[in-house]
Design a protein around this ligand. Structure first.
Ligand code: F6R
Length: 612
């Protein structure tokens, strides 16, 4: 989705802005641009469709682009095609004020009409351009950019994260947010604005996360934080705990591959400090509920999107199975539009890697509006969902840059497993189960590593399916959501159509698709329903389907029905997803890579979906 970077200080802003935009590439975009106020105190705007590198190549000489104040943007089209005129920054007609905007101005048509009747001419199809003209309109009388921005934003319905500069006051940036993340970075006699810390952490780790309804006026040597109503706000400076290496690819070709290979560590980080070996249970400090309160819970709703929704489905299975509490999993995008029922003693969880997904945020607010206590499970410290939840747990997966989520998924599943054990131990689960669970969980990182060490074999299997046009993923029970996640990974990055199904459901329809060209990727682990899934796979085999199985180490029999087998180490049933998903991520990665695709930035996708 769209990204914002801004700089004000004593260095040349242009390379800093370009570097910042490159750090935001992972979020997905289709055009980019920068605006700087140059040495002659003149506003200059440079834009390009396509990659940042194209923008960089199109820039005139460094002398012409030198300026100490600037703003920049990556655009992910919502209103108007991805072309040059719609790319940001947008400017007023006299090209004195420039604006970058993330979010959506819902009443932009009305505002545009009003401005047009006052004689304003528009040069793009975007909703964002109205901001440039509106701010200019109010600045005529206010002669103060902060006040002009406040007046303009009062008229706006929708969401925004914006940064604005005005050549008449070259040493100032004004930024504001409502519903779209924005951060002020505090450097050494310099300041940064960003929609995502990744854009600025090579310069500073000291940040202020702007809250909804807040704005900041940044001058060369000071800043002032206020509300949009001009009330002073006390600044709370936070320290970002990411290392710069977290946002570099290191020796890997792609972030996605790096993140797949980080899972032994990221899963361990998700449970580190959360195991209570003495009492054979787990702990999640952020839950902030007493044992008595937790025991009273009659129902849990888990709300999420995409991969996080798949983690939620695994959570449903685990919590119902281990804690005997009824769980309902909801698509965040549907939640607020379907008049959800939240009975008393229901606990609501929202899961979001980014903590900024607009649908999930809206669902959180809807559940709160209906009186529910909502906990957030996020990866991003200081994110909107983390801040607006009534409590929450961080998954500590570290920066996830690859658009296709991998390590965040396994960390989410780890935390949901801990939750299920906590609730279960308060009810029927025995200390023996708790102790056995902890012992086995501690071995998961090393077992993930064992699967990763099989990379070459998985790549060879990927070679055999890379030219397919369709693929079917099958799983049962707790591995059914894993099949869904495997299918999602494949379609996202390889553009091969893939579907996940509960294996036994296949005979009710999808079986019609099976022929000698259809790869069927099946999770068939040694558990209580092993024989059942083997029967389902025999139905595929009888129709000449190509079967690739994810099987338990030592299962020789499965070779009889499989074209290829990927073995994973044995573990207890509740922990299967943490292992079974790994080869599916690797398979998707290799297929996409062998097809020559950009694995980290798949077409049309954005890392953090901040629009509805
Ligand atoms: C898939 C993927 C998306 C996200 C979804 C929710 O690989 O990354 O499906 O899972 O957009 O994002 P978060 O978890 O940030 O709310």
């Amino acid at each position: 989705m769209c990204g914002i970077v801004g700089y004000i200080g004593s260095r040349n802003a242009t390379p800093i802005l370009i570097e910042g935009l490159k750090r935001l590439e992972y979020r997905g975009y289709d055009s980019a641009g920068i605006a700087i106020i140059n040495k002659k105190k003149s506003l200059k705007i440079f834009k390009e469709v396509g990659k940042i590198i194209e923008l960089e190549r199109s820039l005139p000489t460094p002398a012409e682009t030198f300026g100490k104040t600037g703003i920049a943007h990556t655009r992910w089209a919502t209103h108007g095609e991805p072309n040059l005129k719609n790319a940001h920054p947008h400017a007023d007609e006299n090209k004195k004020i420039a604006v970058v905007h993330n979010g959506i101005i819902e009443n932009y048509k009305k505002l545009r009409k009003k401005l047009e009747t006052k004689g304003y001419n528009f040069s793009s199809d975007t909703d964002s351009e109205v901001l440039a003209h509106l701010i200019e309109y109010f600045n005529r009388t206010e002669k103060n950019l902060t006040l002009a921005v406040q007046k303009a934003l009062k008229l706006v319905e929708g969401t925004f994260g914006i940064a604005v500069i005005n050549e008449e006051n070259p040493n100032q940036i004004v930024a504001a947010r409502k519903g779209s993340p924005l951060i002020l970075g505090i450097g050494n006699n310099e300041f940064f604005i960003a929609s995502d810390v990744a854009a600025i952490i090579i310069h500073t780790k000291k940040v202020i996360y702007l809250q909804d309804g807040e704005m900041v006026t940044v001058d060369k040597d000071k800043f002032e934080l206020t509300t949009l109503e001009n009330q002073a706000v006390k600044a709370k400076i936070s320290e970002v705990d990411w290392q710069v290496s977290a946002i570099e690819k290191g020796n890997y070709d792609y972030f996605m591959l790096k993140e797949i290979f980080e899972q032994p560590i990221s899963v361990e980080n998700a449970f580190r400090g959360r195991l209570n070996e003495k009492l054979s249970t787990c702990r999640l400090g952020g839950l902030s509920m007493s044992g008595e309160e937790l025991r009273k819970i009659k129902k849990i709703q888990i709300i999420a999107c995409g991969t996080s929704w798949h983690a939620a489905l695994i959570g449903e299975y685990l919590i119902e199975n281990l804690a005997r509490v009824s769980v309902e999993v909801e698509y965040a995008s549907e939640y607020r539009y379907r008049n959800p029922i939240i009975p008393a003693d229901t606990l609501v969880f929202v899961i979001s890697q980014s903590g900024e997904t607009a649908d999930t945020l809206a669902a959180l607010r809807e559940a709160q509006a209906r009186g529910a206590k909502v906990f957030g499970l996020t990866n991003t410290i200081g994110s909107t969902i983390a801040r607006e939840s009534d409590g929450g747990v961080y998954i500590h997966a570290g920066a996830e840059i690859g658009v296709a989520s991998t390590k965040a998924f396994t960390s989410q599943v780890t935390v949901l497993t801990l939750l299920a054990v906590i609730l279960g131990r308060m009810k029927d689960l025995s200390p023996t189960f708790g102790a056995g669970f902890i012992k086995e969980l501690k071995q998961i990182p090393q077992k993930i590593q064992q699967i990763l060490d099989n990379d070459e074999k998985i790549k060879q299997i990927a070679e055999t399916i890379k030219d397919s046009t369709n693929a079917l993923y099958l799983g049962r029970g707790i591995n059914y959501p894993v099949a869904l996640e495997g299918a999602l990974k494949l379609k996202e990055i390889s553009y091969i159509h893939a579907e996940g199904y509960p294996a036994a459901e296949m005979k009710h329809g999808p079986i019609a698709l099976i022929d000698e060209n259809m790869p069927v990727i099946a999770i068939a682990l040694k558990d209580a329903i092993y024989d059942k899934i083997i029967s389902n796979l025999n139905e595929v085999k009888a129709r000449n389907g190509r079967i690739i199985t994810i099987a338990t180490e030592g299962d020789e029999k499965i070779k009889e029905i499989s074209e290829s087998v990927i073995y994973i180490p044995e573990t207890i049933h509740s922990l299967h997803p943490l292992l079974s998903v790994i080869p599916l991520q690797m398979l998707a990665y290799h297929v996409a890579n062998l097809r020559g695709l950009d694995v980290d930035q798949p077409r049309n996708l954005a890392k953090s979906v901040t629009v509805e």
